[in-house]
Ligand binder design. Structure first.
Ligand code: CA
Ligand code: CA
Ligand code: CA
Ligand code: ZN
Length: 739
C-alpha cells in the first residue's frame, strides 16, 4: 500500500480502534457504576437503564481518540514524505534543506506559541502550574520565562510524537509485537487509574479544571492503548480491517447510539435511574451534558431534551433559575406551574416595627453559641453514634432541648451561618435590609463577639466568600493575631478567659471550633482507627472534652443560671457517601443534618423529632434575650415551641451554596417529616426519601410512590414560586460569587 491508500487505511483503523476503546471504557464504567450504586439501584430495569446510559462514553472516546490518532497519522505521513524527498536530493543540497526545514519548523512553533499564548501560556495552564508551584515551595517549574519553557516542551512533544508515530505505523517484528502487547497493557492500566481518579476524587466539583481535562486525556489514552494492542497482532492498518474489529466497532457504535437515543427520549422513564445517572456516572454524564448544551434552543443554559428542565426552550426568560412571575400564565421557573396572582404574599417582609432601636440595659441574659465546624450530627453519641464519642455533650444534652432533625440551610459555612444569622432562606440571606442577629443584639446593648478557632483575617477571606462575610460585620472578632488556627483546648482557654473578663455587659459569645474540619489528625487519646469516620470521631471526642471543660466552667461559676447555651454545627461532612467527600455538596443528610442542643435556664428539656433548622437559632436567642424579632425572620422560638409540648410541623428547606467551585449541581431539598424531596435543577432529577427509616438516602422513592412524589414536588414548587416571586431572583448568581 502506498500514498493516499495507506493514509486512508490508517484513518479508517483510527476510527475503529477509538470506537473499540470507547466500548471498553463504557463497559468498564457501566460495570463499575452498577457495582458502586448497587444499594440504590431499584430492580433490573433500572440497572439496564443505567447500563444503557453509560454507553454515551463511546461517542466521546471515538471522537477524541480519532482526533489523536489522525494527528499521529498526519505526522507520520509528513515524516515519510520529507524523508523520501531527502533521499532524492543530492548530498550537497541536504544541508540547505535541513536548515530550511528547521527555519520553517521554528516559524511554525513560534506561530502556534503566539496563538496559544493567551489561553494556554498566559492562561489557565500557567495559573494551575503556578498554584502547584506555590504549594510546593520554590519548585520553579516555569522559571522566569514560561514562553521559552513552553516552546521547548512543545518541540520535544512533537519530536516524541513523531518517533512514536513512526514506531506505531511500522511493521512489527516478533520483538515489536511483544513490546506492543506490554506497552498497551501499561497504557490500559494508566487509563483505568485515571478513570478511578475521575470517578472517586472530588467527584462533585472542579469540573472544568480537573474532570473534563482528565476525561479527555484518558479517552485519548484508551484509543492509543487499543491501537498499540492491535500492533501486537501485526500492522495496524491491516488489523484495523479484520472481522473482529469490524464487529466490535458495530457493537460500540450501537451502544453509543442506544445511549443517546434513550437519553434523548426516555430519560424520565425512571427518576431513580435518571438521578443516579446525572449524579454518579462518570464520562457518560459529561457527554450527555454536552448534548444538553448543544440542544439548548434559547441559550438560557438549560435544555428540554435529555430530561432537562427548560419548560419553554424558545424563551430564555423561562428556565429553572428564573424568578416566578405570578399570573402570567406560564411556569417561569419550570417548577410548580404558574403562581396564581392571588397567592402572592400581601405586605412586605420588611414592614412592621423593624429592628429594635432602644438601648436599654437588658437583664443579664447571656448567650454562649457553640459552633463545631463540619460536625455532622450522627457522629455524636447522643445522635446515635454507637461509639461513645461525646460523653460531655451527651450529658449536657440530657438536661437540654435536643432536636434530632435540625438542618443547615446550606452545605457550607458561609451559606449556613449567614442563613442562621438572618433567619432566612435563599436570596434573602444576602439581603442587608434584614438585620442580622448580631446587629439586633448590638443595638440592644449586647457585646456580640466571636472567638473563632481560625484567625478572623483569614477566615472566609477568599474572594468567593466576600458576600457571606457580611455575617461578621457586626461581630467583634477576638482572634485577630497569633496562630492561624487554635485547637479545641486553646480555643476553650480563650473562651474561659473572655468570659472571666466579661461582666457589666450582657454578651453573646460565639465560639467556633474547627478540629472536626479538614485537615484532621488522630488524637492519640481518642484513637478509633484510621478510616475517615474513625479519624473524624477522634476529633469529635477531642472537641467534646474541650466543650465539657467549658460547660464545667459555666456551671462552676454559676453562669449557667443566666446564660443560654446552644451547641450546633454549620453543616455536616461526607465520607464518600453519594460520591462526595468533605462538605459543600448536595444537601443530603450527611451535609445538612446538624446537632442542635439548646439549653435555656429554667426552660424546657427533652428530645424532639420534628424538623427544624438553623433558621430557628436567631428567633430562639432573641426570645431568650427578651428582644422583639424582626418581621422578616423565618424561624421560630424553639424553646417556646418545646414549652407547648409539640413542635409545629413545618417544611424545612436546604440548598446548594452559591459560591461552590465548578460544582456539577444546583439542588434544593425540602423536608416534610418523615419525607424529603430533592430537586437538582441542572439535571432536573428528583429524589424522594423516607428519612425516618432511610438515613443514608439510598432508596429513591420517586418512582415507587408517585402520588407522594407529586405532593412533595408541589410543595417544593409552591415554596420556590413564592420565594422567587417575592425576591425577584435578585440574589447573586454563582458566577458573581465565584473567584
Ligand atoms: Ca433553554
Ligand atoms: Ca412556577
Ligand atoms: Ca408565571
Ligand atoms: Zn464550615
Amino acid at each position: 500500500m502506498t500514498g493516499a491508500a495507506l493514509v486512508r487505511a490508517r484513518l479508517y483503523a483510527a476510527v475503529r480502534f477509538s470506537a473499540v476503546a470507547g466500548l471498553v471504557l463504557a463497559l468498564a464504567e457501566a460495570l463499575d457504576r452498577l457495582k458502586v450504586l448497587r444499594p440504590s439501584i431499584d430492580g433490573a430495569a433500572d440497572a439496564a437503564r443505567l447500563a444503557v446510559l453509560c454507553g454515551a462514553s463511546v461517542l466521546l472516546v471515538t471522537l477524541v481518540g480519532t482526533m489523536l490518532l489522525a494527528f499521529l497519522v498526519g505526522i507520520e505521513t509528513l515524516r515519510t514524505a520529507v524523508r523520501k524527498r531527502y533521499s532524492r536530493l543530492a548530498p550537497r543540497w541536504r544541508g540547505i534543506a535541513t536548515l530550511a526545514t528547521a527555519a520553517l519548523a521554528g516559524a511554525a512553533v513560534a506561530r502556534v506559541q503566539s496563538l496559544a499564548a493567551p489561553w494556554v501560556i498566559e492562561g489557565p495552564v500557567v495559573r494551575v502550574i503556578r498554584r502547584v508551584d506555590n504549594k510546593i515551595r520554590d519548585l520553579g517549574l516555569l522559571g522566569d520565562h514560561p514562553k521559552i519553557v513552553f516552546t521547548v516542551l512543545l518541540i520535544l512533544t512533537v519530536l516524541a510524537l513523531a518517533l512514536f508515530a513512526a514506531w506505531l505505523f511500522s511493521a512489527p517484528g516478533r520483538r515489536g509485537k511483544l513490546a506492543s502487547a506490554s506497552a498497551s497493557a501499561v497504557l490500559m492500566l494508566v487509563v483505568l487509574a485515571a478513570y478511578a481518579a475521575d470517578s472517586r476524587i472530588e467527584f462533585t466539583r472542579y469540573e472544568a479544571m480537573f474532570h473534563v481535562p482528565l476525561g479527555i486525556i484518558y479517552s485519548a489514552g484508551a484509543a492509543l492503548a487499543v491501537t498499540v494492542a492491535a500492533r501486537a497482532f501485526g500492522e495496524v492498518e491491516r488489523i484495523g480491517r479484520c472481522g473482529v474489529v469490524t464487529v466490535l466497532t458495530i457493537l460500540a457504535m450501537s451502544y453509543g447510539l442506544a445511549s443517546i437515543s434513550y437519553g434523548a427520549v426516555a430519560m424520565d422513564s425512571s427518576q431513580n435511574a435518571k438521578a443516579l445517572f446525572w449524579g454518579r456516572s462518570v464520562l457518560a454524564r459529561r457527554v450527555l451534558l454536552a448534548a444538553k448544551v448543544l440542544t439548548d434552543g434559547d441559550g438560557d443554559g438549560f435544555s428540554d431534551a435529555f430530561g432537562g428542565a427548560d419548560a419553554d426552550d424558545t424563551d430564555p426568560k423561562v428556565n429553572p433559575l428564573a424568578p416566578e412571575v405570578p399570573g402570567n400564565g406560564r411556569d417561569d421557573n419550570c417548577i410548580g406551574g404558574d403562581l396564581a396572582a392571588s397567592s402572592v404574599p400581601v405586605g412586605s417582609l420588611f414592614g412592621g416595627e423593624g429592628p429594635p432601636t432602644e438601648q436599654r440595659p437588658a437583664s443579664y441574659r447571656n448567650v454562649v453559641f457553640i459552633v463545631v465546624d463540619a460536625l455532622r450530627a450522627d457522629r455524636l453519641s447522643c445522635y446515635g453514634n454507637t461509639r461513645i464519642t461525646s460523653p460531655n455533650i451527651d450529658a449536657f444534652a440530657a438536661g437540654s432541648l435536643l432536636f434530632e432533625n435540625a438542618y443547615a440551610q446550606g452545605t457550607n459555612t458561609g451559606h449556613s451561618l449567614t442563613s442562621a444569622f438572618r433567619s432566612s432562606y435563599g436570596d434573602d440571606i444576602f439581603d442587608d435590609r434584614i438585620p442580622s442577629l448580631a446587629e439586633v443584639l448590638s443595638t440592644r446593648g449586647y457585646r456580640v463577639a466571636c472567638l473563632n478557632a481560625v484567625r478572623m483575617d483569614i477566615w472566609l477571606n477568599a474572594n468567593r466568600w466576600q458576600r457571606y462575610r457580611a455575617l461578621i460585620d457586626d461581630v467583634e472578632a477576638l482572634h485577630t493575631e497569633g496562630e492561624r488556627v487554635w485547637n479545641a483546648e486553646q480555643l476553650t482557654d480563650q473562651a474561659i478567659a473572655t468570659l472571666d473578663q466579661s461582666s457589666g455587659q450582657p454578651h453573646f459569645l460565639w465560639i467556633h471550633y474547627f478540629d472536626t474540619h479538614q485537615p484532621r489528625r488522630v488524637h492519640p487519646e481518642f484513637d478509633y482507627g484510621r478510616g475517615a469516620a474513625a479519624v473524624f470521631d477522634s476529633n469529635v471526642s477531642y472537641v467534646d472534652r474541650a466543650v465539657g471543660r467549658l460547660l464545667d466552667y459555666l456551671r462552676a461559676t454559676g453562669r449557667l443560671a443566666d446564660t443560654a447555651v446552644i451547641i450546633t454545627a454549620d453543616h455536616g461532612e461526607a465520607f464518600g457517601e453519594h460520591g462526595a467527600t468533605d462538605h459543600s455538596n448536595k444537601p443530603y443528610l450527611n451535609n445538612t443534618l446538624v446537632p442542635l442542643i439548646v439549653r435555656v435556664p429554667g426552660g424546657p428539656t427533652g428530645r424532639f423529632v420534628e424538623p427544624c433548622g438553623l433558621v430557628d437559632v436567631a428567633p430562639t436567642v432573641l426570645a431568650w434575650t427578651d428582644t422583639p424579632v424582626p418581621p422578616a425572620y423565618r424561624g421560630i422560638d424553639l424553646a417556646a415551641a418545646a414549652r407547648l409540648g409539640s413542635m409545629p410541623r413545618r417544611c424545612i428547606v436546604s440548598e446548594t451554596p452559591r459560591n461552590l467551585i465548578e460544582s456539577s449541581f444546583y439542588t434544593w431539598a425540602m423536608v416534610r417529616w418523615p419525607y424529603k424531596i430533592m430537586w437538582d435543577l441542572r439535571s432536573n432529577a428528583w429524589e424522594l426519601y423516607d428519612i425516618e427509616t432511610d438515613r443514608d438516602e439510598v432508596h429513591n422513592l420517586t418512582d415507587r410512590r408517585p402520588e407522594l412524589a407529586d405532593e412533595m414536588r408541589q410543595a417544593l414548587g409552591a415554596w420556590l414560586d413564592r420565594e422567587t416571586a417575592r425576591t425577584g431572583g435578585r440574589g447573586p448568581t454563582d458566577s458573581e460569587l465565584s473567584d
